[in-house]
Unconditional design. Structure first.
Length: 368
């Protein structure tokens, strides 16, 4: 899917972030700017950050799968390989906060390691023996409980005091209402119609007036005091690394992480089982069954270490179910606004919006 798919994960999910040079004070700071297409600049920054680079660099290879960022694997004559991440999404992500957050999160979780930063990126430890989970493996009964446990470990993370001011209350509802206002604006309909009559016809099929009433009901139904945690907010298959030999799961790509409702994080992951981020057509037959949701929530609670009896598990399944509905509006509205900004030539945003919002109605009407 095109680049802005990952860029959708705006910081509103985790609360407002502010620029703070002091937040970076304790991190290694190499002022070099890396040109992704120039291996010599990659060599230069690695030589400054990685001690065992002095033994010689064996290979620099492009790593596929990066969406917001560009990635290269660097291997050495001696010592472990590293990942060089050259940042994208210029201006959308406050790297003065994201870098120390990544360092703190990964230090807490144990991997991947943070080695240092340069002007437009950072160097991380390479996850040797790991690969991204495939879409079809999302519901694998071997991996799913381990993903749940990995999510629970992330939710135990406490933001360090020096970063606490950058993570406010969950911004899910503020973002939902902003996106609804933007999607409903006459200027949005006009911009879409100016591009394509077919797209305008698709937009007309999305009843945003009724949508407002539905969202109001959702907001009234979801408790304002729903549990919050430091959430991933982007738990796609591509952000889940698995090591088959060790039987381990590692979560990556925390740049859209932040304080949010834990139920949203679980629900968003469940909705990602259905896919649709490549062709705009989620396969809701792959959405986890009640038994699979129960198994996931049981593994999550077991890792959290609190109450994990049958009643507690059932309550968490119900909690996440409420956010499954909100999540459909979230990305449905996002897709409408993406259609306005970018058109649907590269990705069928309005088809995706219709499918996501249509699934909301299928659920509440008992058709799902």
């Amino acid at each position: 899917m095109p680049e802005r798919r990952r860029a959708r994960r705006l910081r509103a999910l985790g609360g407002a972030l502010k620029h703070s040079p002091t937040a970076m004070a304790a991190l290694p700071d190499v002022p070099t700017v890396v040109d992704f297409g120039d291996d010599e600049s990659v060599r230069g920054v690695v030589a400054e950050i990685v001690p065992h680079a002095a033994a010689g660099i064996s290979e620099i290879a492009v790593v596929s799968g990066g969406i917001t960022n560009q990635l290269k694997k660097v291997t050495f004559a001696e010592g472990p390989a590293v990942l060089v991440r050259v940042f994208g999404a210029e201006g959308m992500i406050d790297r003065a906060v994201e870098n120390p957050t990544f360092q703190a999160v990964t230090a807490f979780l144990g991997r991947p390691s943070y080695l240092g930063r340069f002007a437009n990126g950072r160097v991380e430890g390479w996850l040797e023996g790991s690969r991204p989970l495939s879409f079809d493996e999302m519901g694998d009964e071997g991996w799913s409980p381990k993903i749940a446990a990995a999510m629970a470990r992330l939710h135990k993370f406490e933001v360090p005091a020096q970063l606490a001011d950058h993570y406010g209350k969950p911004g899910m509802w503020d973002q939902l209402w902003l996106w609804h206002s933007q999607a409903s604006a006459e200027s949005t309909a006009a911009a879409i119609a100016a591009r394509s009559a077919a797209d305008a016809a698709q937009l007309a099929q999305i009843d945003l007036v009724r949508g407002k009433a539905e969202m109001e009901k959702l907001q009234a139904a979801i408790p304002a005091a729903a549990p919050v945690a430091f959430c991933h907010n982007d738990l796609l298959a591509a952000n889940i690394m698995v090591n088959e030999a060790a039987g381990e799961v590692t979560l990556i790509d925390f740049e859209y992480g932040g304080t949010n409702y834990r139920g949203f994080d679980i629900a968003n992951h469940f909705n990602e089982w259905a896919g649709g981020t490549d062709d705009g057509e989620p396969e809701y037959g792959k959405f986890p069954t009640k038994e699979q949701q129960t198994a996931y929530c049981a593994a999550y609670l077991a890792e959290m270490g609190g109450a994990s009896d049958e009643a507690a598990v059932a309550a968490l399944v119900e909690e996440s179910a409420q956010f499954v509905l909100a999540d459909h509006w979230y990305w449905g509205l996002w897709a409408v606004n993406q259609a306005r900004d970018e058109g649907c030539e590269e990705f069928p945003y309005l088809t995706y919006a219709q499918r996501r919002i249509g699934q909301y109605y299928a659920i509440i009407e008992g058709r799902a």
